[in-house]
Design a protein around this ligand. Structure first.
Ligand code: RB5
Length: 145
């Protein structure tokens, strides 16, 4: 699985923790920035990650900002993206199993690194259940049209 990962300045430290974890798990990823602690605009990085997914160069994306809220708002404006802001393992699991979320949003100022890593693992390791959930996801995607 190829992952695109991005953050603003508010999420850059948690992003580094998550990148290290992805390396340990031998999961291929591309960091689209930001690369410094200088103040920047989270929608720019949300768009970069989402475009990696929509152009087929990544299967899924991870976005980190201070709260995860701005990233999720921006990512869900991009056609084909189902971004889930998750603050717990249950939500992360359900976002995959029921919603087939292709982007995980996390808040560095909300979650500690330990919980964020557990949330990421749950999200990475859960498959979409399909069935009745496919019909509902199809209805979400139909709203874009
Ligand atoms: C940046 O200060 C902060 O607004 C951003 O990281 C994020 O939390 C927005 O939703």
């Amino acid at each position: 699985m190829k992952i695109a990962i991005g953050s603003d300045h508010g999420g850059i430290h948690l992003k580094e923790t998550l990148k290290q974890h992805l390396e340990e798990r031998k999961i291929d990823f591309e960091d689209v920035g930001t690369y410094t602690e200088d103040s920047c605009d989270y929608p720019d990085f949300a768009l970069k990650v989402c475009e990696k997914i929509t152009d087929g160069s990544a299967e899924r994306g991870i976005l980190v900002c201070g709260t995860g809220i701005g990233m999720s708002l921006a990512a869900n404006k991009v056609k084909g993206i189902r971004a889930a802001l998750c603050g717990d393992v249950f939500s992360a699991t359900m976002s995959r199993e029921h919603n087939n979320a292709n982007v995980l949003c996390l808040g560095e100022r909300v979650l500690g690194p330990g919980l964020a890593t557990m949330v990421l693992d749950a999200w990475l390791d859960t498959e979409f259940a399909g069935g009745r959930h496919q019909r509902r996801v199809d209805k979400i995607m139909a709203i874009e049209k």
